[in-house]
Design a protein around this ligand. Structure first.
Ligand code: XMP
Length: 318
């Protein structure tokens, strides 16, 4: 029978055998999956591991600093923070198509990783937190029609990079990864973090990505997620998120007519992210969050709550 403990033991051994004396690069995302992978690899090969946490400019409010602190101080991972905000935002300028955004973001991640190890031939492996559902939903070799979404962490690396992939949780579902994480001693507040996509807020702005829109969406997200935590609802939902719709509508603020953007809120219950139901959050909660967003975030004058399930909708809007 499968247990987290036996999985860890056999996986650590496998990683050690596979890697030998070489070094492993691991891109941390702030999420449970990559953190569990880094911790597994760290247990296997210690400081032959080098982690990188990239600020792609698409993270949530204060996320880069907060998460980097946790990596360094609570998890003792060998990690380097790299601010690549300008590079990501420059290449995303004017891009609207969701798959195009994913492709661009995925490519820049690879370039940033490549630069980080440039000239260091000891690096032979890249460790990734690819999960089983990511693999299933990105069967892109069957052609575009079979692809649901090209999860940016599936699809391989450019050949010239010469790194082999280490994907120790590739056969696991999210709840199994969480169990492994607990067994590895990763603190519960981290284990319980909702999933967050690699392309981040870039695929939650349903139009071209700009600094101004990112700033708006960060405030909306911070209020929504903050209230979920404060009112003890965070752990009741599998994932919660906010999107910025490229729709302006008319409102009234004091004596003034406004013509501003709409924020969409989404919270879902799910077991593995493959199917999901919209979360029936209490109406007084939604009312409070909506009031706060409209009163506190200049630039948003309307809030809608997403009541669609997956399938046929997806969890993210892009
Ligand atoms: P969807 O929107 O496909 O999302 O129902 C299912 C789960 O996957 C996350 N997601 C992604 N994660 N890169 C990621 O690392 C991506 O490109 C990506 N797209 C979606 C999503 O947040 C949800 O948890």
């Amino acid at each position: 029978t499968w247990t987290a403990r036996s999985f860890i033991e056999s996986t650590v051994k496998e990683i050690r055998e596979k890697v030998g004396d070489h070094r492993v690069l691991c891109g941390l995302s702030g999420g449970v999956d990559s953190t569990v992978v880094a911790t597994l690899v760290h247990q296997a090969i210690g400081d032959q591991l080098q982690c990188i946490f990239v600020d792609n400019g698409l993270l949530r409010k204060n996320e880069f600093r907060d998460v980097l602190d946790i990596y360094e101080e609570e998890l003792n991972l060998p990690v380097r923070g790299i601010d690549a905000t300008d590079r990501f935002l420059a290449e995303l300028r004017g891009v609207i198509d969701p798959e195009q955004k994913r492709k661009i973001i995925g490519n820049i991640f690879i370039n940033v990783f490549d630069d980080a190890i440039a000239g260091d031939n000891d690096f032979k492996f890249l460790a990734q937190g690819t999960l089983y559902p990511d693999v299933i939903e990105s069967i892109s070799f069957k052609g575009p029609s079979a692809t649901i979404k090209s999860h940016h962490n599936v699809g391989g690396l450019p050949e010239e990079m010469n790194l082999a992939l280490v994907e120790p949780v590739r056969e696991l579902f999210k709840d199994e990864v969480r169990n492994v994480g607990r067994e590895l001693g990763i603190p519960d507040h981290f284990i319980k973090r909702h999933p967050f996509p690699g392309p981040g807020l870039g695929i939650r702005i349903l139009s071209d990505v700009t600094k101004e829109k990112l700033a708006l969406l960060r405030e909306v997200d911070d209020i929504f997620i903050g209230e979920l935590r404060k009112q003890d609802l965070y752990d009741d939902v599998w994932q919660a998120l906010a999107v910025l719709l490229p729709v302006q509508s008319v409102g009234v603020m004091g004596d003034e007519r406004t013509y501003e953007f709409t924020a969409g809120l989404r919270a879902v219950t799910s077991v593995d992210g493959m199917t999901a139901d919209w979360a029936h959050l209490p109406h007084p909660f939604l009312a409070h969050v909506s009031n706060r967003i409209i009163n506190e975030v200049r630039g948003i004058n309307r809030v809608v709550y997403d009541v669609s399930s997956k399938p046929p909708s997806t969890i993210e809007w892009e």
